[in-house]
Design a protein around this ligand. Structure first.
Ligand SMILES: [Zn+2]
Length: 62
């Protein structure tokens, strides 16, 4: 596994959290904004994967 997803431009919506791909810590975007160059406050890694907070299950209720 050698996937590397660079942090894309922040969305106007304040919502998605980011998960460090190295240590797996989840950091909210507002937290990341504090740090220069989007570095993980825990391990210093700079690659994050976007994580959607609420997982919506698609349930057909027909
Ligand atoms: Zn980290």
């Amino acid at each position: 596994m050698d996937e590397q997803e660079k942090t894309e431009a922040p969305e106007p919506q304040s919502g998605p959290s980011y998960e460090c791909v190295r240590c797996g810590r989840r950091v909210e975007f507002q937290e990341l904004e504090r740090y220069i160059s989007f570095r993980c406050p825990f391990c210093g890694y700079r690659i994050f994967r976007k994580v959607r907070a609420p997982i919506v299950k698609h349930i057909k209720a027909i």
